[in-house]
Design a protein around this ligand. Structure first.
Ligand code: GLA
Length: 388
């Protein structure tokens, strides 16, 4: 009896300790080099991004990861150890610089022989690379399928093909854990083979659900909407990732960027800014650092929103928040402004409540029934409804 009691207690405390140590209890926030700098990124760009995260207030708003995406890699030496290329003279020094700013250091690789930009991948060097990253002080790894797809193509059986991929991701997950350094593991394989089913088992804290985002309203909105059926896979510790933010990159309107930020917050998505942080307009800052919107994304319950209503180009998403509150997003993806009549009771919150509009910074009073709010073309109204 005593033995069983002790065993159950040990398992329970072990599990608790494990979940407390797990990174990403909230959706990770930070910045990544790819969307703005692409394959030209340098050490100096990363340092300026780190500086700007601090000077703009982004770090204090929660954006702490500074992630170097593809094209940092150079050659392996005679012992197989990976070295950065001439654009990154000293990765350990870069990591130290990032840490000295109170930020975290992210890096990128692939389970294939080459990355998507055809730089050196980690295939057959997983443990060695994980150790190198840990020695550099890396806190985050984005692991991008890329040329591992060629390895998979050689396997005709789809089940074995999937197994090859899952094994490759498992291998790096184990290698990261074996370093003893907490390194957040971010999968990027574009949502193939229901990654949300097996992502947690390979130790991932987040996984991409689609192919790449573009700085275009249509692409952004399609990607966000493709997560409509995935709410149950998000929880503290592991998140669906609809890709990095494009806010501030210049090809969407302010209204469209507000829609982007709102949808990602409702989806409890990782918030990785992808713009040039040294050149942010007041609107970029206001959109990326709206406290209420960030709080919706980061809410302690860790629930992802559900699309509860869709008719034509109007849709409503609701996200359960702590304290019995609900975040509600009204989206108009048409080319005209309109004011749809929404029956809050029917589609969002049964008993209505106090309504706060988080972009307008305005309290709209109490509502129980039908609500008619104008929503601009490609725009959003993002509300928090508090039943108290
Ligand atoms: C893929 C990923 C992108 C980016 C590039 C880098 O396309 O999905 O996010 O990392 O590779 O080559």
């Amino acid at each position: 009896m005593k033995f069983w009691f002790a065993l159950v207690a040990a398992v329970l405390t072990g599990t608790l300790a494990h979940s407390q140590n797990m990174p990403a209890q909230r959706p990770p926030m930070g910045w990544n080099s790819w969307n703005h700098f692409g394959g030209k990124v340098t050490d100096a760009d990363i340092r300026s991004a780190a500086d700007a995260l601090v000077s703009t207030g982004m770090r204090d708003a929660g954006y702490v990861y500074v992630n170097v995406d593809d094209t940092w890699q150079g050659q392996r030496d005679a012992n197989g150890v990976i070295h950065p290329n001439e654009r990154f003279p000293d990765m350990k020094a870069l990591g130290d610089y990032i840490h000295s700013k109170g930020l975290k250091f992210g890096i990128y690789s692939s389970p294939g022989p080459k990355t998507c930009a055809r730089f050196e991948g980690s295939m057959a060097h997983e443990e060695q690379d994980a150790k190198t990253y840990a020695a550099w002080g890396v806190d985050f790894l984005k692991y991008d399928l890329c040329t591992f797809q060629d390895v998979m193509k050689a396997e005709p059986d789809p089940l074995l093909r999937k197994k090859l991929m899952v094994d490759a991701y498992t291998k790096m997950g184990a290698a990261l854990r074996a370093t003893g350094r907490p390194i957040l593991y971010s999968l990027c394989q574009y949502g193939f083979d229901d990654v949300w089913d097996w992502g947690p088992q390979v130790g991932a804290s987040m996984w991409r659900t689609t192919d790449d985002i573009k700085d275009r309203y249509e692409r952004m909105f399609i990607i966000g909407n493709s997560e409509a059926e995935l709410a149950r896979y998000a929880a503290p510790g592991h998140w669906n990732d609809p890709d990095m933010l494009e806010i501030g990159n210049g090809k969407m309107t302010e209204e469209e960027y507000r829609t982007h930020m709102s949808l990602w917050a409702l989806l409890a998505a990782p918030l990785l800014a992808g713009n040039d942080l040294t050149k942010m307009s007041p609107a970029d800052r206001e959109i990326l650092m709206n406290k209420d919107v960030i709080a919706i994304d980061q809410d302690a319950l860790g629930k992802q929103a559900v699309r509860v209503y869709q008719r034509g180009e109007f849709s409503v998403w609701t996200k359960q928040l702590s304290g019995g509150r609900t975040a509600v997003g009204l989206f108009n993806s048409s080319w005209t402004n309109f004011a749809p009549a929404v029956d809050l009771g029917k589609i969002a919150v049964e008993h209505g409540g106090h309504i706060h509009d988080v972009w307008m910074h305005e309290d709209l009073g109490v509502s129980h029934g039908e609500l008619s709010l104008p929503v601009k073309s490609h725009g959003v109204r993002l509300l928090i409804i508090d039943p108290q």
